[in-house]
Design a binder for this molecule. Structure first.
Ligand SMILES: C[S@@+](CC[C@H](N)C(=O)[O-])C[C@H]1O[C@@H](n2cnc3c(N)ncnc32)[C@H](O)[C@@H]1O
Length: 280
């Protein structure tokens, strides 16, 4: 990867809770600060299932990577990749084929710093410090160009990202910009937050969570299913389509039975949709 570290963490405002670092905390990571943990603890008070939201999303992302590897995808552009934690995309993919190339993109300094440290000896994985709302910056970045061959199918990952992108930035247009840079046979995977299927109590708790996130440096925007479906324009949805995350190609026991892990029985399972579209 590029010889110069993309950032250092001295510029980080330690007083301001940050959504990426709170997510790291929910997943049991150690790259978070006192302010992140304090707000995360308050969130847990009003929405005790918040850690399950993160776990369900990560489990979905792992299943997506496995599925795309099985379809022959060997290059991934992971937008809003977050702070490295167990089961990262490059680990999951390169375990199956070490030649798989992975470009992580995030704009949060701690996430980028730790990704850089983790990947500095990995020739096939890199991190780009950029705001995904500027697709040209991401797509034309020298590291992206070094590892992604845009004449070959790409696995475009937007896991837990678009819930942080307000309508004023046009999530649909952003997805389209990345989609259009990728050739036919590429896949777009999106998971994001929704309360369409939540029961009244879970909705109320989610409202408390959203309110608390107003104190962090990013707000959260749940979307309805129809809006999320519109982000897959220009693709054919892979079976089973756009569904609650835990319902998307769930892991099965050897006898074919479904045994949800405990966190997938949590109210959190009602709060996220995901799908994978194949570019026609
Ligand atoms: C909830 S985490 C998801 C991490 C990982 N994709 C996953 O699914 O486990 C969302 C990440 O998106 C990043 N993010 C949010 N808005 C972004 C933007 N405009 N540009 C780049 N990264 C962004 C945050 O910094 C954070 O690391």
């Amino acid at each position: 990867m590029s010889p110069k570290p993309p950032t250092n963490v001295r510029d980080v405002d330690l007083e301001k809770p940050n959504a990426a670092r709170m997510y790291d905390y929910y997943l049991g990571g150690s790259h978070n600060f006192e302010s992140d943990r304090e707000l995360a603890a308050q969130v847990e008070q009003v929405a005790p299932f918040v850690k399950d939201i993160a776990r369900i999303n990560r489990a979905w992302l792992r299943r997506v990577v496995d599925h795309l590897m099985a379809q022959g995808i060997r290059q991934f552009l992971d937008l809003g990749s977050g702070i490295p934690t167990a089961g990262n995309v490059h680990e999951q993919a390169q375990r199956q084929d070490p030649a798989t190339r992975v470009v992580y993109v995030d704009y949060e300094a701690v996430a980028v710093h730790h990704s850089f440290e983790l990947l500095k000896d990995n020739e096939n994985a890199t991190v780009v410090w950029a705001d995904v709302r500027n697709p040209r910056t991401v797509l034309e970045h020298e590291e992206t160009r070094r590892l992604i061959d845009f004449t070959q199918p790409v696995g475009l990952l937007c896991a837990g990202l678009l819930l942080f992108i307000g309508d004023e930035y046009g999530p649909e247009g952003l997805v389209a910009a990345y989609r259009d840079a990728c050739p036919a046979g590429s896949y777009i995977a999106i998971s994001t937050m929704s309360q369409d299927e939540a029961d009244p109590e879970t909705r109320e708790r989610l409202a408390g969570l959203l309110k608390l996130y107003e104190m962090a440096d990013e707000r959260i925007y749940p979307r309805d299913k129809e809006t999320i479906a519109s982000w897959f324009a220009g693709t054919d949805l892979v079976d089973p389509g756009l569904v609650l995350l835990h319902q998307w190609r769930p892991d099965r026991a050897a006898d074919g039975s479904l045994a949800w892990p405990r966190h997938e029985e949590s109210p959190a399972r009602l709060l996220g949709y995901g799908a994978v579209g194949r570019r026609a």
